[in-house]
Write a protein that binds this ligand. Structure first.
Ligand code: C2E
Ligand code: MG
Ligand code: MG
Length: 449
């Protein structure tokens, strides 16, 4: 952008300042947008492709916290110097956010070349940084997009690079992702699912299914886990592994969860009184202080005894905001709701968490059970978890048991509870009642069902 009036020294300096990042001396986000705008208009008649990319430092915040802000600034300056040194005469790098840099490669016009250049940048940034007497290491993730036609604006290109960066970050550290049409298709599909799900939730069309949890030695059913099921008239059956994350990301999880819990407790009211019902809470629900109130209000309405309810949460749910999660868990426990730690052994398992939070139960992830017969490490891990639970006074359920031999081995190790296709697949409320009629004849007849 030209200075609007004159080209005097003072004027140029103030314009430069407005376009410069004071810490690193690189251009700022305005400079970057301006550069891309200009390149797009240069290519108006001859739209040869070019590349824009956004680079985000992985885990910069902990480094800042660990070494202090001054050291954090020094590292950012070193990052900027390395990036600038790696640009050729045509290319530009700017700092567009705290730990976000953007680059423009006018002469890089294939996805492979864009990925190659980005990997080189990550490589350059991976060498150690001097921080006083110490050294620090950093990795970075990059999202790129290519300009193909004059219809694309700077904003669209940068949004696409941001989308690619989001995918890169989601898949781990130090990754490069180049924006593709499939990503656009995937984004559209997510939006379609989101819209259909909103409608289904308000129409009350998401249903609870129930999977038995058994005492492994007697094989008696001791409770059921609630698993949400949804079949859309156009999309067909959408699995919870797809619609639950979308519900979380798009803020529908609260109403969805309330609907499923209401239906589940209504169904479970007529089961034998000694059976518990467990229910999954998503990580984002543990950041929302209303979650506890909503659950209690539903139990109140449906008349379901809170002492028969268990809430399953994962470690991810505890990590985002441990204080908020602790408060919600505390509120639930006060009325007798039990809390179990789901999918234990995957993700960010931290034993420290088991000291901070008290859980009534721990569910061993299916991944360990699946390999228990072939794999010595899995066997040792399961035995260690069982010993730990015994010491901490927690109940245990092994998930995903599909074979008799797995169940036998678990019993041999002293695991009390089990769940899996071997004992029953998730089934709807009617089928579950049928199953209970068969296995609990006496108890149900006494209730005249
Ligand atoms: P989860 O809580 O760990 O639930 C257990 C999953 O393992 C269920 O998958 C269940 O169908 C499956 N499973 C059980 N036994 C076996 C087995 O023997 N073999 C195999 N291969 N799989 C088995 P599902 O129903 O697809 O649910 C997936 C995840 O979606 C759940 O994992 C839970 O995290 C989430 N989810 C389901 N319903 C809800 C809900 O109402 N609210 C929330 N927040 N999350 C839910
Ligand atoms: Mg669960
Ligand atoms: Mg689980």
């Amino acid at each position: 952008m030209q200075a609007p009036f004159g080209t005097g020294q003072a004027n140029r300096e103030s314009t430069d300042l407005a376009f410069t990042d004071p810490l690193t001396g690189l251009g700022n986000h305005r400079r970057f947008f301006d550069k891309v705008d200009r390149l797009i208009s240069d290519r108006a008649d001859d739209p040869a492709p070019f590349t824009v990319g956004i680079l985000d430092l992985d885990g910069f915040k902990p480094i800042n916290d660990l070494f202090g802000h001054k050291a954090g600034d020094d590292i950012l300056i070193q990052v900027a110097m390395r990036l600038r040194a790696s640009m050729d005469g045509h290319s530009t790098v700017c700092r567009i956010g705290a730990d976000e840099f953007a680059f423009l490669y006018p002469l890089v016009f294939s996805e492979d070349a864009a990925a190659e250049k980005s990997r080189m940048l990550i490589e350059i940034l991976s060498a150690p940084y001097d921080v006083g007497e110490r050294t620090a290491r950093l990795s970075a993730s990059v999202g790129c997009s290519l300009f193909y036609s004059g219809d694309e604006t700077t904003e669209i290109l940068i949004n696409k690079a941001e989308t690619a960066l989001y995918h890169a970050k989601r898949s781990g550290r130090g990754r490069v992702v180049v924006y593709t049409r499939e990503m656009e298709e995937a984004a559209k599909r997510v939006t379609r699912i989101e819209q259909a799900l909103r409608r289904a939730v308000s129409a009350g069309e998401v249903e609870p299914h129930f999977q038995p949890i058994v005492d492994l030695t007697t094989r008696r059913t001791i409770g059921f886990e609630t698993l949400a099921r949804w079949t859309d008239r156009d999309l067909g059956a959408v699995p919870p592994t797809v619609f639950i994350p979308i519900a979380e990301e798009r803020g529908i999880i609260g109403p969805l969860s309330q609907l499923v819990l209401r239906k589940a407790t209504e169904a479970a009211r007529s089961w034998p009184k000694d059976l518990f019902l467990s229910f999954n809470l998503s990580p984002s629900q543990l950041v929302d202080q209303n979650t506890g109130l909503h659950i209690l209000a539903i139990l109140d309405r449906t008349g379901f005894d809170p002492r028969r309810l268990e809430i399953e949460i994962t470690e991810t749910g505890l990590m985002n905001d441990p204080a908020s999660a602790a408060q919600i868990v505390e509120d639930l426990r006060r009325v007798g709701i039990r809390v179990s730690l789901d999918d234990f052994g995957t993700g960010q398992s931290s034993l420290g968490r088991l000291r901070e939070f008290h859980f009534d139960k721990l569910k061993i992830d299916r991944a360990f059970v699946a390999s228990i017969l072939e794999d010595r490490p899995s066997e040792h891990i399961i035995r260690a978890i069982l010993a730990m639970c015994e010491g901490l006074g927690m109940d245990v359920v092994a998930e995903g048991i599909e074979e008799e031999a797995q169940a036998d081995r678990l019993v041999q190790f002293g695991c009390a509870g089990g769940q899996g296709y071997l004992f029953g697949k998730p089934a709807d409320a009617d089928a579950t009642l049928g199953y209970l009629r068969d296995s609990f004849r006496g108890a149900l007849r006494a209730k005249a069902i």
